[in-house]
Design a protein around this ligand. Sequence first.
Ligand code: F6P
Length: 324
Amino acid sequence: MSEKKIKKIGILTSGGDAPGMNAAIRALVRAGIHAGFEMYGVKRGYKGLLEGEIIPLGTRDVSEILHRGGTILMTARSKEFVDKSGQEKAKEIMKVYELDALVVIGGDGSFRGAYELSKLGIPVIGIPGTIDNDVSCTDYCIGYDTAMNTALEAIDRIRDTASSHERCSVVEVMGRDAGYIALNVGMACGAEVILIPEVKYNLEKDVYKVILEGRNVGKHHYIVIVAEGAGDVQEIAEKIETFTGIETRTTVLGYVQRGGSPTVKDRLAASQMGIKAIECLEKGKTGRLIVEQGGEIKDIDIKKGMAMKKQITAEELSENLKLF
Ligand code: F6P
C-alpha cells in the first residue's frame, strides 16, 4: 500500500515487445483517465525513465493502436538500470516528474526491475507481456497467443511443401529460455519432434528414431520444432539428414513471431489486465502483479509473485508422443 495519494501514473513497456502491449497501454490510459488519474507514457522502457523521456497521454493519444503490434512507447533493455545506482536514479527522476506510480508491461526481467523499484518504496504494478509466456506467477502473458498463431500459420505452410517433397523440416521458434511456444505450437501443428531448453534430449532416441518410425508407418513429412534455446537448427538438420537419409531443410521463424496484429485473446487479456491495474491503483494497492490464474485476472503481491516458479516438465512434453 502506498502512503501518498496517487495522481500521476507512468506507463512503460520493457524487454522484448509483444503483440497486445498497445492494447494494454490503451486500456491503462483510458481506464486511468476515467478513474481521474493523469496518465503519462515513459518512452524506451527503463532506459527512457532514466533519461526522463516522459510524455502526457490522453484518450486520443491511444486511439488506433488497439489492433497494432509492437509498442507505441517503444522498448529497450537498459544496462544502467540493472545496478542499484540506476534504480536510485529512476526513483529521483520519478520525483522530479512527480510520477506517483509506475505500471511496467514486460516479462520476467522487466518484473525484476519493477520489484527492485518497489523495494525502494516506489508504487509499482506489473502487467505480464512477453511472447515467451515464461513469467512464473501467471498462466498467461500478453502476446503469447498471437505469437503462437503466427508460428502455426507459417509451419502449416512449411508442412505443405515438406509433404510434397517428403522432407524433414526443422523449424526454430522463439524461446531462448522457455519452450512454451515450441511445446504448444508443436502439438497444434502435429510435429513429430519438439525440442525445448527445459528438457534434455538424445538425438538418436528422441529425434532420429522417431523420424524413422514415422517413415516406416507411411508418413510423408516430418516436422521438428526447436525452441531457440534448445540447440542449433542447422546442426540438428545436418545430423538428421546424415543419420536418416531423409532430405532435411531448416527455417528460422525469428522476429516474425514478435510482430503483427494481436489476436482476440491478446486484446482481451491486455484490456482486462489494464483495467485491473487501474482498479488496484484506485484502491491505493501497489506492489502488485496483474496475473491470469485459473482463467481469472487477479492481482498478487509482487514479492510472492517473484518467488513463484513454473517450468515445463518432461511429462508434459511427452504428451505429444501420444499423438504420433
Ligand atoms: O521476447 C522474448 C524473446 O523473443 C525470446 O524468445 C528471444 O530469445 C528474445 O526475445 C530475443 O530478443 P532480442 O533479440 O530482442 O533481444
